[in-house]
Design a protein around this ligand. Structure first.
Ligand SMILES: *[C@@H]1O[C@H](CO)[C@@H](O)[C@H](O)[C@H]1NC(C)=O
Ligand SMILES: *[C@@H]1O[C@H](CO)[C@@H](O)[C@H](O)[C@H]1NC(C)=O
Length: 270
């Protein structure tokens, strides 16, 4: 995997983190957007959830979930899998969430990449999470199925600022809000709430997607997206592209097409 050019601005990183120290696991980064198909973005080992012993019951349960996902699994078709086994400090809450355009073999391949990277980066940790462009994988002892998870979101944005006289935040915000409405209207029969689209802005286009977990109600989907837009304002606003990626909901906007599949053919000019 090619390395992603990351230019983390100290000032931008520090301010929001200081302001939100109370909030666990807040990641705000500034990166330059790149056109990679499945870049590694970030990972987190949840040290406070402890480690498991080899050959323990925990490990057995874990192996029961992670390895045998069949290639043809409906989970990969749907692009999402959530499962829970065990209890107490041995609870395993497993969540795989592929990006809406990444179902089937691409979801499976992202999962395989994410799983091996997670094993390597956080060996034996009961709590661990990894973000890729095309999927998010989390294994945790905390039961957060059916709830909006506000704690483990990753916000990344293009270091380049927009020219305020040319565009405004409302241009991409409008698109995100419209896509949210569309994702909710279409429901979650295919496994998740998802919508992608574009809008013309002068000589440029803005491309965007929104997505929510299959397990949320449509009301919570909207709530999650709206909350994150507000919460990550510092990271998101006035950029030439940005994204917030989380277990419950994600969205992204760019000035170039970044999705892969036919669902987005409208905006891939091939
Ligand atoms: C990404 O690709 C699009 C079209 O292929 C291009 O217009 C854009 O400049 C690229 N962006 C970056 C950051 O390389
Ligand atoms: C959003 O939806 C409104 C109402 O349907 C429409 O007028 C507007 O052009 C849309 N904006 C974008 C950016 O999609």
């Amino acid at each position: 995997m090619a390395m992603m050019a990351m230019c983390v601005s100290k000032r931008l990183l520090l301010l929001p983190i200081l302001a939100m120290m109370a909030i666990q696991f807040l990641f705000v980064r500034t990166v330059s957007s790149v056109n990679m198909t499945n870049s590694y973005l970030h990972h987190k080992c949840f040290v406070d959830q402890g480690k498991y012993e080899p050959e323990s019951e925990y490990e057995e349960n874990l192996n029961r979930i992670i390895d045998p996902i069949p290639v043809t699994s409906e989970s990969f078709e749907r692009g999402t899998k959530m499962e829970m086994i065990g209890e107490g400090s041995d609870l395993i809450s497993f969540t795989l969430q592929c990006r809406g355009d990444t179902s089937g073999p691409r979801c499976r391949s992202c999962y395989a990449t994410a799983l091996s990277a997670l094993r390597r980066r956080c060996p034996s940790y009961k709590g661990r999470m990894i973000w890729y462009d095309q999927c998010i994988l989390e294994i945790s002892t905390i039961d957060s199925l059916d709830k909006i998870d506000y704690s483990n979101n990753l916000c990344m944005s293009n270091a380049k600022k927009i020219m305020a006289h040319y565009y405004s935040n409302s241009d991409w915000l409008d698109l995100i809000h419209n896509l949210t409405t569309k994702a909710i209207r279409q429901g979650n029969s295919k496994g998740m709430y998802y919508a992608a689209g574009e809008t013309r802005l002068g000589i440029d286009n803005i491309y965007a997607m929104v997505q929510c977990s299959f397990y949320l109600s449509s009301r919570d989907c909207e709530k999650c997206l709206r909350h994150n837009i507000k919460h990550y304002e510092d990271c998101l606003f006035n950029r030439q592209g940005a994204r917030v990626l989380g277990k419950s909901c994600s969205f992204r906007y760019e000035f170039y097409p970044f999705l892969l599949e036919k669902s987005s053919h409208k905006y891939l000019k091939i």
